[in-house]
Design a protein around this ligand. Structure first.
Ligand SMILES: NC(=O)c1ccc[n+]([C@@H]2O[C@H](COP(=O)([O-])OP(=O)(O)OC[C@H]3O[C@@H](n4cnc5c(N)ncnc54)[C@H](OP(=O)(O)O)[C@@H]3O)[C@@H](O)[C@H]2O)c1
Length: 285
């Protein structure tokens, strides 16, 4: 019996495989999947079982999930195809007879009003409809969404957004991955809904201040009307559709939809979450 991690070529899935190995799960009991197994050769070299799985090609999924006890379903990238892809993955997990699906959802997926939340809500509902034992890992934003932008922020002297004074419980991918590994290796999680987020919620103005403190440069927060932010993002080369999704997410942040004070993440990982200042300092190294 094995633990299957989908999206293992990606950042969150890859970190989860690493966290499982760090927790002592034998490599031979971990199955890492990708649409292109060449992308996860490093795991194969370390004894992890690698298999091809493309949620858009259901024929690939029976073999990929064969023998699975628990499955981490990492939400996929293309927003408009996401729900159909996830439904096929859930169907395959049911057919494989898994004892648990852990799904990487999004904060307050049942009630949040963003385009992204709608895709996660539909997936959560389908997991319930198929009556498969499941646990929802409702991740807030990644801190890396901001730290990856540091060169641009420093060049422009500003964080730009449309999140107003909304507080964001962002956490590092590594912390979310560790929580996923805990859920996959310990009992009692079926039926749970975890609202996962960092201990230190912040506004984008707080983020700008933290970047100022870390760099000694004056960085301000510029809160833009939605249409203006969409134009800025499109001007930076983002496809219009992605720009729309990101602006929509910022508006959700303004309504508090990426804030949580549940403490679920720190409880699962058994320590405080990585502070934003540490993530910023790491990214500047
Ligand atoms: N919380 C946040 O702030 C935040 C931000 C961005 C995204 N997300 C969500 O969290 C997920 C994981 O984040 P990440 O940073 O690890 O993303 P990532 O590095 O882009 O990885 C995405 C993974 O999705 C897999 N994937 C895409 N299409 C697939 C398909 N049709 N069938 C099977 N797998 C597919 C990719 O695998 P292959 O290409 O190798 O098949 C890849 O491993 C994202 O996909 C997205 O749903 C969350």
């Amino acid at each position: 019996m094995s633990i299957v991690v989908t999206g293992a070529s990606g950042q969150l899935g890859g970190l989860t495989v690493e966290a499982l190995l760090a927790r002592g799960v034998p490599a031979s009991q971990i199955v890492a999947t990708s649409r292109d197994i060449a992308r996860i050769k490093d795991f194969a070299d370390r004894g992890v079982v690698v298999r091809r799985a493309d949620f858009a090609e259901p024929d690939t999924l029976a073999a990929a999930f064969e023998g699975a006890d628990k499955l981490l379903l990492v939400s996929t990238t293309t927003v408009d195809e996401r729900v159909a892809n996830h439904r096929r993955a859930v169907d395959a997990a049911v057919a494989a007879g898994v004892s648990l699906v852990a799904y990487t959802s999004m904060s307050h997926a049942a009630t949040a009003t963003t385009v992204l939340a709608a895709t996660h809500r539909a997936t959560e509902e389908y997991l319930r409809e198929r009556a498969v034992p499941a646990v929802m890992l409702r991740n807030s934003w990644y801190l890396e969404n901001y730290t990856a932008q540091l060169p641009l922020i420093l060049a422009g002297g500003a964080v730009a957004g449309a999140a107003g004074r909304g507080r964001i419980s962002a956490a590092t991918r590594a912390d979310y991955a560790e929580a996923a590994a805990v859920v996959l290796t310990t009992d009692g999680h079926a039926g749970e809904v975890y609202e996962l987020g960092g201990d230190e919620a912040f506004t984008l103005a707080d983020l700008a201040a933290a970047i100022s403190a870390a760099t000694g440069k004056r960085i301000t927060y510029t809160d833009l009307p939605a249409g203006e932010l969409a134009r800025v993002l499109a001007g930076a080369g983002l496809p219009a559709e992605l720009a729309h999704v990101l602006v929509d997410a910022d508006l959700g942040m303004a309504r508090g939809e990426l804030f949580t004070d549940s403490g679920d993440l720190r409880r699962l990982i058994g320590r405080p979450t990585t502070p934003p200042a540490d993530a910023i300092a790491d990214a500047l190294r």
